[in-house]
Structures are given as structure tokens and as C-alpha cells.
Design a protein around this ligand. Sequence first.
Ligand SMILES: Cc1ncc(COP(=O)(O)O)c(C=O)c1O
Length: 411
Amino acid sequence: MTEQSRSPALDWLDAAAEDRAARHVDRVLRPRPAHDRVIDLASNDYLGLGRHPEVIEGAVEATRRWGAGSTGSRLVTGTTSDHSALESELAEFTGTPAALVFSSGYTANLGAVVALSGRGSLIVSDGGSHASLVDACRLSRARVVVVDRGDVAAVARALAGRTEERALVVTDSVYSADGHLAPLLALHGASRAHGAVLLVDEAHGLGVRGTGGRGLVDEVGLARFEDVVVTATLSKALGSQGGVVLASERVREHLIDTARTFIFDTGLAPSSVGAARSALAVLRREPERARRVLEVAEHLAAVTGADRPRSAVVSVILGDPSRAASAAARCAELGLRVGCFRPPSVPEGTARLRLTARADISDADLARASEVLARVLEEHGHRLTDSSAYLGSTGASRSAASAGASTGVHS
Ligand SMILES: Cc1ncc(COP(=O)(O)O)c(C=O)c1O
């Protein structure tokens, strides 16, 4: 930008950028080449479906049939017969009566939470909720109570003490920062006891947990309850883009009529619809992909001393953001791409390497990745027991250390 085009009205951005740099929480975009020899343990392509030939073909074929874009909002021209087919297939796969596809998981959360709450209602939000659920709470105009992560008693107290007639409890099924599981059955028990609806974001559960990747909600037997509404993204295990709400038929109809991120947003691109449909078909045929991703995660946890993983996410806590950033950069130098989560994505003092297991990683790449991780962690003075020591040896200290660990952080 030339000096002339700079506006003093935005000079405050410089101070804000300096502040982020001083706290080592500034971010850099690193465009990746189409092909490199880097081993990827950072992407959300948990099942390796994003580049699967059938999934690519699904995207290409749908693009040929429908064009590059969906041409309009879902209620005008943006619903193709492929959108409807994808919705039926997603509902069938997850064991829920109906599905409604959105343009992303983010908009699915915004749309569902706002449409199912609103002024005069209460939302109880789990402290580990993703940023999209946090933003949904803010948009909802409901009274919002945020409880510590996984604190079912606090959820029950908030519901019991309410004056509002309607209430919604929102949580991730698999917490995105560290891959731990939310206590869904207990949350549902508390919600049901107090006449509330439970909304569960399965972004990291779909394709990974449950029989053949049907998700944690299905695994714990909650898929067919009308008071459990599920949201998910199509961009992680399914290797595509887009989001979905899985619910009863009348909830679906309510969302079609009232969810603003459904009504005022262009329908999901046909290529993404085609890719998601093909990914689902591959997953049905090859359910072992879901098991494999957990095996890879367990291997990575053993190598790094991380807590035993319950999902594809393995979190290696290094504490200080500059230490975490330096370890991630060193991994990259050695040909391994890992995620690095720092505040505000995670609570202060819990900056971490975030590794995501992939079902399609070869044994050779896994061995090489393990070597690199062991070397880099040693260079950074991280002992194999550090992550678990950090979290403490009891369940109580573990939940305290990770309370608030979220990619959202309510404020
Ligand atoms: C828990 C959770 N919910 C929602 C989203 C948003 O999904 P999308 O990327 O499809 O907007 C993500 C990730 O990006 C996520 O991790």
C-alpha cells in the first residue's frame, strides 16, 4: 500500500499488531503448494478423503452438472436435487430423522442456535464450545450462562434456576482444542430433567467416533431423541466444505423458515455437495477408516507423552506461546506440519502443538513424524511426561487445567 492510500483512521491497527507480536500471538498465513513432501499432521482431513479420487470425481461431476456455484440462496435457486440427496444421506448415516445443509459448520451453528433460542430464552453454553457457538450465543439475544467445561452440575443449576420458559444447552461433542469428549449423556440427562434442548456440535466427532464414524451422539445412543439437535461440518472428516444440522423434521422446517444463515446465504456449492456425498459413500464402504484414525492418534500420543486421545486430536501442551510457535516452526523445518494453538484459542499458559491424526498416513510417514516430534520436543526441553504432568494425574485437576480450553473462549 502506498503512503498516500494509508488512512490515519486505521493507525490504531499498528499498536494492536505490536501488542499481538509482543505477546507472541500474531499469526502468519502460509500458503501451501499443491504438492510437497511435508508430512501433514495439522489438517482436519482426518480420514484422508479430501484427495480421495472418488471424492474429487464427486466434486467434478457435480460441477459439470450444476456449474461452479449454487446460483442463489437455498430458498430461491440454491437447492439442487443433489442438496436434497445429501441431506437424506447424512440423516440416514447419522441415524437422525432429517438434515439441513448450510454453507459451513459456522453458519450451521449460528443458524441453529439463534433459531432455537432468542429473546426471553436461556442458553447454557459449555466453556469448551467452539467460537461459532460462542458467536451464536452472542447473536441469539438470549440470556447466556457460560459454565466450566463439562460441568454438568453447573448446567443443571443454571437450568433449574431459570425464569425463562425455553432453554438450550450448547456444547461440542469433541472439544476442538484437545480432543477430549464432552459428557453428552449426563448433559442430556440434565437438559431433559429441566425441559431444555441439547445442541451438540459434532465437528470433530463425525467420521471419527461411533460405529463407522457415525459420531459420538450415535455412539452414546442419543441420535433419535428430538431434544438432541446435532450440528456438524462437512469440512473435516468428510474432506469437503459445508455444514449440516441433524434434527427432527419439525426442527428442520423451523430452520428453513427462520434460520437467518440459511435464508440469507448462498447455498453450498455443488462441488462441495458432490464431494461430501462421495466421501460419505467411501466411509460407508470403508468404516475401518474411523478406527484407524484413533489408532494413529494413540501412537502420536505415546510418542509425545500427550494424554490418551479420544479422537483425532492430540494436544501436546508446551505452556508458553513462543515455545509452542518455535516447536511448530522447527517441525516444519524438519518436514512435518503440525498445528500450534495459542491464546486466545486456548487459555493463557496452555499454548500447545495440536496434532491431528489421519487415517491415510503411511507407516513410513508415521515413523518419520514420530522421530521428528521426539527430536523437536527434546530440543524444546519437553519431557515425555510433561503434558500429562501439566494436566495433573487426577480427573479433577485435568478438567480444571483444561476448563475453558476452547477455540471460542466466551467473554
Ligand atoms: C467445533 C467446530 N465447530 C464448527 C466449526 C466450523 O466449521 P466450518 O469450518 O465448516 O465453518 C469448526 C471448525 O472449523 C469446529 O472445530
